[in-house]
Design a protein around this ligand. Structure first.
Ligand code: URA
Length: 235
């Protein structure tokens, strides 16, 4: 479930059943507190994380914003519900976990860094195509990696289905069947399709990082932790 923001005047009108005119008067009389401070800004963005008080009465206590880093194991669906498979949400033991969504899905057998949050603005900053944040993957392949992949990935690859060319991606060969790949977008099965163009099957895929956030090596597969204030602020 996504928790949508609202405008302060609309929020107050709906929540306290007031006319827009009454709302403007209350704001002008400094009778509304947002997170403990008076506000007169009619179009101030109100989020579920904000505490809103009117004449000393609590209209909204403010939900706790949640930011989790999970080491996704293989054999686990990147979904909040799945009829047949274990999901990443099944690994989370937190109150309000039904409010969480995934910021950047991974395939069923892909492992590594997965971020979950109830803050839609934060996850959009991380995943929106314009963010261009690097997502770093360790890739293992069935056959030896053709060195021509390095240039082909750097130039971008045309995907007919979406009618687009992938953004330049950096491939560093670590050994004949192992490489580190940095993508700046997240297209459907992108890594597998890029190697598939060279008739090479990806046998293991692991996401190490998304932008400035790197998987905590202390987290075993299936384990998670809250992000630190510093990590949250980096996005
Ligand atoms: N690319 C893929 O093909 N699979 C993933 O899980 C992530 C990126």
């Amino acid at each position: 479930m996504r928790l949508q923001p609202d405008r302060l005047d609309r929020y107050l009108a709906n929540r306290a059943r007031l006319s827009r005119q009454d709302v403007r008067r209350l704001l002008a009389e400094d009778r509304v507190l947002v997170n403990g401070e008076t506000s007169r800004i009619v179009d101030l963005e109100v989020r579920v994380f904000d505490r809103i008080e009117l004449d000393g009465e609590m209209l909204q206590a403010g939900k706790a914003a949640r930011y989790l880093m999970l080491h996704k194991p293989a054999g686990c669906a990147s979904a909040t519900q799945d009829a047949t498979h274990r999901t990443v949400l099944d690994l989370i033991d937190e109150p309000d976990k039904q409010d969480l969504h995934i910021a950047g899905r991974l395939d069923f057998n892909t492992t590594g860094l997965m971020l979950l949050t109830n803050d839609g603005q934060w996850s959009r900053r991380l995943t929106q195509p314009t963010s261009l944040l690097g997502k770093v993957y360790l890739v293992e392949t069935e056959d030896e990696i053709d060195p021509a992949c390095v240039d082909a990935f750097a130039q971008g690859m045309y995907f007919r289905f979406e009618n687009l060319t992938t953004l330049p991606a950096e491939l560093v060969l670590l050994n004949p069947r192992r490489a580190r790949l940095t993508l700046h977008e997240g297209r459907y099965h992108q890594v597998k399709r890029m190697f598939g163009r060279f008739n090479n099957k990806v046998t293991a895929l692991h996401r190490e990082s998304m932008g400035p956030l790197t998987l905590d090596l202390a987290l075993e597969p299936g384990r998670y932790r809250s992000l630190t204030e510093q990590e949250i602020a980096q996005i």
